[in-house]
Design a protein around this ligand. Structure first.
Ligand SMILES: [Zn+2]
Length: 307
C-alpha cells in the first residue's frame, strides 16, 4: 500500500524556532513585531474567512492597548519572511474586545480540510498547545500552579523547579484487510447505526506500535493480524492525540466484537463498500481524518459522503 501524503492536519509550514523561543526576550520582541499575527480561539473555534481557506488573525494591539503580552499567550512559529504567529484562547468572546470582523468561527474538524497549508498547521499546533495548557495548570510533582515558559512549550514549577512538557498521546489506527482483500470496519457503541470507521486505540506504556496494532484489533474484533505496515501520521488534537496510521493483514476472518469499544464490525469488499455508501446505509469518517484516507487508499479512489 502507498504511504498517505498531504494529510489534512499534517501540513504545517511555520518554523517553530525551538532554540530561539527559549529566550523570553526574543519572544517578547516577536510579540512587539508590527507584523505579529495572533490567532484568537474562542472555545476551540477560530475565525475563518467565508470561503474557509484562511484564518483571520488579530494583531497584538487588538488584544491589549499597552502592547503587553498576555501571560497565557503562546508562540507558534515564524513564516519564511519572519512574521511571528501566536495563539491565545479565551472562553467568551464578549469578555475581551477582540474584534475579528464578520469572520465566522469554525472548529478544526470543519475547517481543517479547506484551510491553506500554513493556516491548517497553525490551527493544529494552536489547538494541541491550548488543550495541554488548559488541562495541566499545576505541577504533577508538588501541586503548585506552574508558569508558561519557552513561548508556551514548557511549564515550569516555581516551587520545586520541575519542567513539564506538552503531552502527546500516540494512538494507532489501522485498516485491516483479509486474503480476499476485503477491509474490516467497525462501529463504536456510541455512534449512530451506519457510522463505521477503521479500528483505533491508544498505545500503552512500554508498548511498540506493532504490538498495539495487533492487540487493539484482537481486543475489539477477535481478528488476528500480521505485517503491520506504517502508512503515515497526523496530529489529532481532540484533545492531544497523534494518530499513527497502519495497514495490516488478517490471518483470521471470524469476527467477535468486544461490545465495549466496538459494537459491530464487518468485512467489506470494494463493491460492498461502494454500494452501502451510495445508498446511505454506511457513513464514512470525515475528510480531515486519517481513517478516511486509509479507507480511500485501500479503495483506490475518493468516496462520497461522510459524517
Ligand atoms: Zn512542583
Amino acid at each position: 500500500m502507498p504511504r498517505l501524503s498531504s494529510l489534512a492536519l499534517a501540513r504545517a509550514t511555520l518554523d517553530r524556532a525551538t532554540e530561539r523561543r527559549r529566550d523570553p526576550e526574543w519572544v517578547k520582541q516577536r510579540w512587539a513585531d508590527p507584523r505579529a499575527r495572533v490567532l484568537v480561539l474562542v472555545d476551540g473555534k477560530a475565525p475563518v474567512t467565508d470561503d474557509g481557506t484562511a484564518l483571520v488573525y488579530a494583531s497584538p494591539a487588538d488584544l491589549d492597548e499597552t502592547g503587553k503580552q498576555p501571560d497565557e499567550c503562546y508562540f507558534l512559529g515564524l513564516e519564511d519572511d519572519g512574521t511571528p504567529y501566536f495563539v491565545v484562547s479565551i472562553p467568551e468572546r464578549a469578555d475581551v474586545g477582540v474584534d475579528s470582523g464578520d469572520a465566522t468561527r469554525a472548529g478544526l474538524r470543519e475547517a481543517g480540510g479547506t484551510l491553506s497549508d500554513r493556516d491548517a498547521g497553525v490551527f493544529v499546533h494552536a489547538m494541541a498547545l491550548i488543550n495541554w495548557h488548559a488541562a495541566h495548570p499545576c505541577c504533577s510533582r508538588c501541586g503548585t500552579p506552574t508558569l508558561s515558559t519557552d513561548g508556551g512549550h514548557v511549564r515550569r514549577c516555581p516551587s520545586c523547579g520541575a519542567q513539564h512538557f506538552p503531552r502527546t498521546d500516540p494512538a494507532i489506527i489501522v485498516l485491516v484487510t483479509d486474503d480476499a482483500d476485503r477491509c474490516l470496519l467497525g462501529r463504536q457503541p456510541s455512534w449512530p447505526v451506519g457510522r463505521f470507521s477503521t479500528l483505533a486505540g491508544f498505545v500503552e506504556p512500554g508498548e511498540p506500535l506493532e504490538h498495539a496494532v495487533a492487540r487493539e484489533v484482537h481486543e475489539e474484533t477477535g481478528i488476528d493480524v500480521v505485517d503491520p505496515e506504517y502508512a503515515g501520521s497526523q496530529p489529532w488534537p481532540f484533545p492531544s492525540s497523534l494518530m499513527l496510521g497502519f495497514f495490516a493483514r488478517a490471518t483470521s476472518t471470524q469476527i467477535k466484537v468486544d461490545e465495549e469499544e466496538i459494537a459491530e464490525a464487518m468485512w467489506l469488499s470494494r463493491e460492498d463498500l461502494r454500494a452501502k455508501v451510495d445508498s446511505g446505509e454506511l457513513l464514512l469518517p470525515g475528510a480531515v481524518s486519517i481513517a478516511r484516507r486509509l479507507i480511500e487508499t485501500w479503495y483506490g479512489a475518493e468516496l462520497p459522503g461522510s459524517w
